[in-house]
Design a protein around this ligand. Structure first.
Ligand code: G3P
Ligand code: MG
Length: 252
């Protein structure tokens, strides 16, 4: 099977630039941009009233001034939380961003986006559909569309059914489960997205032969990033945006 060219940048900032600024905020995206990054991965889930917004955890405590389940509050309440102070006083007052605002910022600043659909349990399909619909509505750039990724096959199916034309990548934990290829195919994914410890040259060959590109997360060792790319990995997601150079797509 022939593999279409991979249009996404070769390196991508994890959670915005979530090691250097509060993860999954516009401040993190600005930090990555300032260091030359033009590609970012972010985590997206739903508020109680169905607004897609950026947050990694199912609960609010670690990265915000809120408490309890992330999907127990409506967007009005979530938008008033401080999502920056936990990371450092310089970021105090940084809000949780709505996914729509992130789409607009990325499109305006030439930053390619990998939206990881991170549903709270029980909301897989709805979250996938909302992320896909927002991506279609609020992405104002020509060319490269947001890549939608998820560990949840159901969330990816929800995204596919809502907006089939958006590209999807299936995430998997390490070790890679045996059924990774059939699960990628079941949601029409264009890429396998796996832990970098799961990547081998042989596995890249198998994915490519099946028509799938390969992304991997989250590699913070510059030498290993280059090795993974030399094996044919399309994109490596990294926290180390100050040590791993931004590498644009081979097409750009
Ligand atoms: O998108 C890949 C990576 O972000 C998955 O792990 O837990 O950082 O969202 P996590
Ligand atoms: Mg993620």
């Amino acid at each position: 099977m022939s593999l279409p060219a991979w249009g996404y940048p070769r390196t991508m900032a994890h959670r915005g630039a979530g090691a250097l600024a509060p993860e999954n905020t516009l401040a993190a995206l600005r930090q990555g941009h300032a260091l030359g990054y033009r590609a970012a991965e972010v985590d997206v889930k739903l508020s109680a009233d169905g607004v897609a917004f950026l947050l990694h955890d199912d609960t609010l405590e670690r990265t915000t001034t809120g408490r309890g389940r992330a999907n127990a509050l409506d967007w009005r309440a979530l938008s008033q939380l401080d999502a920056g102070a936990w990371h450092g006083a310089a970021f105090a007052g940084e809000p949780l961003p709505a996914y729509a605002a992130v789409l607009a910022w990325c499109a305006a600043n030439g930053v390619a986006l990998n939206a990881e659909i991170k549903p709270v349990k029980g909301f897989e399909r709805a979250t996938g559909a909302a992320v896909a619909l927002d991506s279609r509505t609020h992405w104002a750039a020509q060319g490269l569309q947001p890549l939608l990724s998820s560990f949840s096959t159901e969330a990816l199916a929800g995204a596919r059914d809502a907006v089939p034309e958006l590209p999807r990548a299936h995430l998997f934990p390490h070790p890679l489960p045996d059924d990774w290829l059939s699960r990628c195919q079941s949601v029409g994914a264009i890429a396998l997205d796996c832990h970098w410890h799961s990547v081998t040259p042989e596995r890249v060959r198998i994915a490519h032969a099946a028509g799938l590109h390969v992304l991997c997360y989250t590699c913070n060792e510059p030498e290993r990033v280059h090795e993974l790319l030399s094996w044919g990995v399309g994109t490596v997601i990294t926290d180390a945006v100050d040590r791993v150079p931004f590498l644009p797509s081979e097409l750009s």
